[in-house]
Design a binder for this molecule. Sequence first.
Ligand code: ADP
Ligand code: ZN
Length: 297
Amino acid sequence: MALYGGIEAGGTKFVCAIAGGPDDLRDEIRFPTTTPDETLAQAIDFFKSHQMDEPLQAIGVACFGPIDPNPASPTFGYVTTTPKPHWAHADVVGRLQAALHAPVGFDTDVNGAALGEHRWGAAQGLDTFVYLTIGTGLGGGAMVNGRLLHGMMHAEMGHMRIPHDLARDPYPGWCSYHGDCWEGLACGPAIEARWQMKGRDLTPDHPAWALEAHYLALGVANIIVTLSPQRIIMGGGVMDQQQIFPMVRKEVQKLLNGYVQKAEIQQQIDDYIVPPGLGNHAGVLGAIALAMDAAGE
Ligand code: ADP
Ligand code: ZN
């Protein structure tokens, strides 16, 4: 059976896996994201040790960004302008290819997760949907008419502007570029800075979650009217707070105010705004899906 390597390359940690498919994860390691030299060397060592037993058909990288995902560009496979120290203009694909001699598929972490969810998870059978992660950052990947959305670069949904009522929430926002953009108001570190407590330590009935659901719903409503997705998948550490889902759904309905007259929104919203079908493996299995595509399968 053909084997693939996958890297969920996060700004905080790398998860590397070897898999034949979604139900055939052979090995997995995780380590902190330090410098490109050190971190990519660790990934390469992991894959090389496996290649001695069995060849890998391809490697897939679902990468934190911004990145250059355009194969025709001279900087294809690079992390581009990230504020993360050492990683600006780091060549990820080139180094992996040179060391592992295998095709490398490369996309954003959220586009990768969207691809995995399309193939094996909560977006099977759809052609237009969005995958959001709400974690250390807030980002969205999209499939539109059956293809992952790239356009000029890739979507940066986390940086959309949403209304910020300073009387209700004086917190100025976390984003180093925009302050109170969507990510700036709703990512995990923003919750922690606003309430001076880790998200996972706030009780489920803490007012933090109603405010969080309010911000998430504002962005989700904007995405619905912009891309007309058939479903929205919401993952990432913050969404481990399962009680947010019903609040987001209800507020999205309120914000759209009957304008989008579709059963998905009006009657079946529980099946429209959903957690990842692949659970916390959405990221790394997305990378495996990118590898399969890079191998031409
Ligand atoms: P990353 O974004 O680095 O891939 P995660 O998706 O796990 O990782 O997101 C980490 C963020 O999510 C942190 O800001 C953390 O505080 C927050 N987080 C993690 N678990 C929970 C939880 N159970 N409840 C609320 N927030 C959480
Ligand atoms: Zn921003």
